[in-house]
Design a protein around this ligand. Structure first.
Ligand code: GTP
Length: 334
C-alpha cells in the first residue's frame, strides 16, 4: 500500500525553527517527526511513502540520502509550485502511479491511532474516502465534522459559534482514499482538499469518518511542538523515549527537569532547564535558565529565557532576560 505524506507547508507558525529546517524534519524527542510518522505507516502495511514536497526539497534529500526512512522506501514528488493539499496529493499520487487504496497523512501530526483499523473501517464502509477524527476540548477554533450514526460525514462547520453544532470532532489529518479521489482533482491545479474536495464528496455521500480518542497532537505551534516532545519522554504516550540524545554534553551541575536535550547539544555548568527542548547542536552557556523554551541556536552565559523560541544560528547575549520572544524575530527575518 502507498501513503502520501504532505510535507510541503511553510510552517509559518513554527518560525524561526522552520526558517532552516522544514517542520517534518524537526526532531520530536530526538527522532525526526517524519520518522515517527513513517514508522506508524510501516506498521500498518505501507510499503512505499510518497513525500509531497511543495518547495525546498534539498533538506529531505539530505535527511534520507539512500531514499529510505524507518525502513520504508521513499518516493519524492516535488511540486513545480506549492499546490495546496488536494493539488499536492493528486500530484504525488500521479507521480508515484498510485492505483489502489492509499493513506494520506499531514506531516505535522503525532498520533497513536491504529492505521490498520482506519483502513479496515474504510473498506467495511465501502467509502471513497475516510477521515480520522479526534475530539477537541474547544472546537471554536477548528473545522468541526458532523457524522451520522453509520459513520458518513454530513457536514463541516468551520469555527462553530457556541450551540451551532453538538460535535467536538475535528479532522485529525489522516485519510484513507480511493484512487477515484485523484480523478476529482484537475492536474496541476492549486486546490484544498479540506475546503473543496471533501465537501464535494459529502454532497455525493461518499465520505466516511472514524473518530478515536487516541493520543493526537498537531505540532504546528511552538507550544504544541514543545508538548509533543515532552509527551514522548514523560509517559503520556504509549512509548517513552530517552530525554537526552546521543553525544549531548550536559555538565554534571546542570539541573534538567522534564526537558529534551538534543543530539550533540552542549549544556554548560549550573544551567537550570525546565519543560524545554534544546535541539540538536544547540549551545547553552553557563548558568542559563530556560523555561518552556525551544532552542536551536546559542545562549550566552547567565541568560534567562521563558516561553522563548530561538532559531538556528541565533545568538542570545549573556545576561539577557527574555520572555515570550522569538530570536530572530520571524517578522523581520522573512
Ligand atoms: P503553517 O504555515 O504554520 O500554517 O503550517 P503549514 O504550512 O504546514 O500549514 P498546514 O498546517 O495548514 O498544512 C497542513 C499539511 O499540509 C502540512 O503537513 C503541510 O506540510 C501540508 N501542506 C500545506 N500546503 C501544502 C502544499 O502546497 N504542498 C504540499 N506538498 N504540502 C502542503
Amino acid at each position: 500500500m502507498h501513503a502520501v505524506v504532505l510535507v510541503g507547508g511553510f510552517g509559518t507558525r513554527l518560525r524561526p525553527l522552520t526558517l532552516t529546517t522544514p517542520k517534518p524534519l524537526l526532531p520530536i524527542a530526538n527522532v525526526r517527526q517524519l520518522e515517527h510518522l513513517i514508522a506508524s505507516l510501516g506498521a500498518a502495511g505501507v510499503t512505499e511513502v510518497v513525500l509531497a514536497i511543495g518547495f525546498k526539497p534539498e533538506p529531505f534529500f539530505e535527511a534520507f540520502p539512500d531514499g529510505v526512512c524507518a525502513g520504508i522506501a521513499l518516493h519524492y514528488a516535488v511540486e513545480p509550485e506549492p499546490l495546496d493539499t488536494a493539488g499536492a496529493i493528486a500530484f504525488a499520487a500521479r507521480h508515484a502511479g498510485v492505483s489502489d487504496t492509499f493513506i494520506v497523512m499531514n506531516g505535522d501530526i503525532m498520533c497513536d491511532v491504529d492505521l490498520s483499523t482506519l483502513v479496515a473501517f474504510h473498506k467495511s464502509q465501502g467509502a471513497e474516502g475516510t477521515l480520522h477524527l479526534t475530539p477537541v476540548a474547544d472546537p471554536s477554533q477548528f473545522g468541526v465534522v458532523e457524522t451520522d450514526d453509520k459513520g458518513w460525514v454530513q457536514r463541516f462547520v468551520e469555527k462553530p459559534a457556541p450551540g451551532e453544532t453538538s460535535s467536538n470532532l475535528v479532522n485529525a489529518g489522516t485519510y484513507v482514499l480511493e484512487p477515484s479521489v485523484i480523478s476529482r482533482i484537475p492536474d496541476g491545479q492549486r486546490l484544498s482538499i479540506e475546503r473543496v474536495v471533501f465537501p464535494a464528496m459529502v454532497a455525493d455521500g461518499t465520505l466516511a469518518a472514524m473518530p478515536t480518542d487516541d493520543y493526537w497532537i498537531d505540532t504546528g505551534l511552538p507550544s504544541t511542538y514543545l508538548r509533543a516532545n515532552l509527551d514522548l519522554i514523560d509517559g503520556t504516550r504509549t512509548r517513552i523515549l530517552a530525554s537526552v540524545g546521543p553525544q549531548a554534553h550536559v555538565h554534571s551541575s546542570a539541573s534538567i527537569t522534564h526537558s529534551v536535550i538534543g543530539e550533540a547539544a552542549i549544556v554548560e555548568e549550573g544551567c537550570v532547564i525546565i519543560d524545554s527542548v534544546v535541539l540538536p547542536g544547540a549551545h547553552i552557556g553557563a548558568r542559563v535558565r530556560l523555561e518552556r523554551s525551544l532552542v536551536m541556536g546559542s545562549i550566552g552565559a547567565e541568560a534567562s529565557l521563558i516561553d522563548c523560541v530561538v532559531g538556528a544560528d541565533a545568538y542570545v547575549a549573556p545576561f539577557s532576560q527574555l520572555a515570550n520572544a522569538k530570536v530572530p524575530d520571524p517578522e523581520g527575518a522573512v
